[in-house]
Design a protein around this ligand. Structure first.
Ligand code: SAH
Ligand code: SF4
Ligand code: F3S
Length: 360
């Protein structure tokens, strides 16, 4: 029998990239090699994302292409489906799949086959927040934190393997440890005041010989003073802090169930920049959330100007079946308007075009 070859296609965020590195390790250990082209392999693993309709459509597009190719070529290619789609209703729409793997069955104990650059180290999986637009808690379940020793072991292994940069990843990294036995935990600020061991974990990692440590994503309501303090004390913690804003309008933030006001968000960034030399911010924003009128949008643009983000990941609102916002609100901002708002913020933040006349 010839060499067994596999192709892993990864959609979505760093969480999926990290999972794919473990899936790859699993098959490598079983004697598989990687195919350059999926048409030449015996097995395709599709690691899916459903965060927006466009992401989901890319998955369907790929699967259709595979099914068509299998039909015309007569080749036998097995298809394994994993990732965020497998736990949603969308799963029923897919045909031609031989095996389904739940994301939480992907063992974190496997030593990942990492790509170049930074080592991605998962610290938790799932999310306990209820942002009204978001399918991730449904797709990935409740937040489950990894044991600190296990995380530290993985970080040390990455260092031994020559990695200079570590990214701690989770849907809400700064609520890390709320579900663990956390007698030594610190209490986070914000209205929700969840207990978190994240400052402690971050400090332990920062003490190791690593050039740069980043973390994604952290949420404004869990960004405690203890966390700010730890970042300020360790120069190897990335000064570019990812802090998703989503909207700068209080009514929209409320409908999104984000748990902070625009003012509280801006004040938090001020508190951070005051304590941390050289702190800068990147963010995620959704444009065209239901009910976002021109005034609400301009409030978002205003916060962007006040904070002066380095970079923003801009997303057009996409109603997701099973989420609260899809149930409660009509998707009432036309596509063309979503695109216009997207472009304005892209120019303002990512291209640094001041163009104030455009949105005033
Ligand atoms: N846990 C992270 C990332 C969540 S998904 C966080 O809280 O920031 C990544 C981004 O996708 C989100 O920050 C949000 O901007 C965007 N997003 C999530 N659901 C969306 C939806 N239904 N429509 C448009 N964008 C969405
Ligand atoms: Fe989704 Fe909110 Fe959780 Fe992020 S914090 S994954 S946006 S529910
Ligand atoms: Fe990530 Fe997409 Fe899942 S953004 S957590 S892969 S739905």
């Amino acid at each position: 029998m010839g060499v067994k070859s596999i192709f892993i296609k990864t959609f979505g965020c760093v969480q999926n990239v990290a999972d794919s590195e473990r899936i790859k390790a699993y098959y490598w250990n079983g004697g598989w090699t990687e195919a350059e082209d999926w048409r030449c392999c015996q097995l395709i693993v599709i690691n899916t994302c459903v965060v927006r309709e466009s992401a989901e459509n890319r998955v369907y597009g790929f699967i259709n292409e595979i099914n068509k190719y299998k039909k015309t070529s007569g080749k036998e290619i097995k298809v394994v489906l994993t990732g965020c789609l497998v736990n949603t209703k969308s799963r029923q729409r897919i045909t031609g799949v031989d095996q389904v793997i739940q994301t939480d069955k992907i063992s974190l104990k496997l030593k990942p086959l990492r790509g170049a650059g930074a080592a991605l180290v998962p610290i938790s999986n799932g999310c306990n927040n209820h942002c009204s637009y978001c399918i991730v808690p449904k797709a990935r379940g409740q937040e489950r934190s990894r044991k600190m020793e296990e995380i530290m072991e993985e970080v040390c292994e990455a260092i031994r393997n020559g990695f200079k940069e570590i990214v701690l990843i989770g849907q809400n990294v700064n609520s890390y440890g709320a579900d663990l036995d956390n007698s030594e935990s610190l209490v986070s600020m914000g209205k929700k005041r969840v207990k978190s061991m994240f400052p402690k974990l971050l400090e332990k990692v920062a003490k190791l010989p690593i050039e740069k440590i980043s973390f994604v994503s952290s949420n404004p309501w869990d960004f405690s003073d203890e966390l700010i303090e730890v970042i300020s004390r360790y120069k190897n913690i990335n000064r570019l802090i990812h802090l998703p804003l989503q909207s700068g309008d209080d009514d929209i933030l409320k409908r999104m169930n984000r748990g902070y006001t625009a003012k509280e968000y801006v004040e938090l960034t001020r508190r951070i920049t005051k304590k941390i030399d050289g702190a800068k911010f990147s963010t995620d924003i959704i444009v065209g959330f239901p009910g976002e009128d021109e005034e609400a949008f301009l409030n978002t643009a205003k916060v962007c100007e006040q904070v002066g983000f380095e970079v923003a990941y801009l997303n057009k609102y996409s109603p997701r079946r099973g989420t609260v916002s899809a149930k409660l609100y009509r998707d009432d901002v036309p596509q063309a308007e979503k695109r216009r708002r997207w472009r304005i913020l892209d120019n303002l933040i990512n291209k640094k075009v001041t163009g104030k006349s455009e949105h005033r």
